[in-house]
Write a protein that binds this ligand. Structure first.
Ligand code: 1GP
Length: 251
């Protein structure tokens, strides 16, 4: 069953050529600061806010951050949990994801099984997603025990993404790791989109300019995620505007 946040993302990706998500890690700033960042990102044209992080994105800090973001920006909040503790009841949706190239049952299915009843109790919208981590992988690659996809092996990324599609996942996320020096190669993005066709393709990790974002959208990305660039920016609205202007209306 497709919920309102997924429906909105699909509609924007189709109508505008691509959608943009801003990632905010509750561990990186106060909740009030996160609220101001989200407000500025909304002014810059982002479509929704993702909230999560590999370390420390849980409990009170998570809930307060989600609350402040919703109040500050009015945008939907999609949780991006690293485990069951990354869930909270005041978000709109959750990327209900499996790290398909993890070696650990924890990140493939165990956290998801423990989290599923909470998602139901909290009434947050689950968005089924295949999560695939590519070199260098960063913190999430290490924490998630990923067998990193080599950057020069687009066919391996495509095989994992296709497996996700055949499992019924409607989103595929190609992740280079937060703060990666280089984003996922455009060639790999193109190979994955060719393989999966319909599921929405999210690309993130190391995207810090409109040009880099545009290259990935031209290659087939439907949604671009930026986190570190937003966090480090002196002018969040202008940074996000640079990316959204570059990707929207580009296809
Ligand atoms: C991390 O893909 C996201 O999960 C965002 O990466 O922080 O490098 O923008 P950045």
């Amino acid at each position: 069953m497709i919920g309102p946040v997924e429906e909105m993302l699909a509609r924007v990706a189709k109508a505008d050529g691509a959608a943009h998500l801003t990632l905010i890690d509750p561990d990186s700033q106060s909740s009030a600061e996160a609220g101001r960042m989200a407000e500025a990102a909304a002014i810059g044209g982002t479509d929704a806010i993702m909230v999560g992080g590999s370390v420390g994105a849980a409990g009170r800090a998570l809930e307060d951050t989600v609350g402040a973001i919703k109040e500050g920006s009015g945008l939907p909040v999609v949780l991006f949990p690293s485990g069951v503790s990354g869930l909270c009841s005041n978000a709109d949706a959750v990327f209900f994801m499996s790290l398909l190239n993890s070696r650990s049952a924890s990140y493939l299915i165990e956290n998801q099984a423990l989290g599923a009843p909470l998602v139901r109790r909290y009434r947050i919208e689950p968005i089924p997603m295949a999560y695939v981590v590519v070199e260098p992988g960063g913190t999430v690659g290490w924490v998630g025990d990923a067998k990193l996809i080599p950057r020069d092996k687009p066919e391996i990324a495509a095989a994992y993404a296709l497996a996700g599609k055949y499992f019924g996942m409607r989103f595929v996320y190609l992740e280079a790791g937060s703060g990666a020096r280089e984003p996922v190669p455009a060639k790999m993005v193109a190979a994955v989109k060719r393989a999966i066709a319909d599921p929405l393709l999210i690309v993130g990790g190391g995207i810090r300019s409109g040009e880099a974002a545009r290259e990935r959208v031209d290659a087939g990305a439907d949604i671009i995620v930026t986190g570190t660039g937003v966090e480090r920016s002196q002018d969040v609205a202008a940074f996000v505007r640079d990316i959204t202007t570059a990707i929207k209306g580009s296809r």
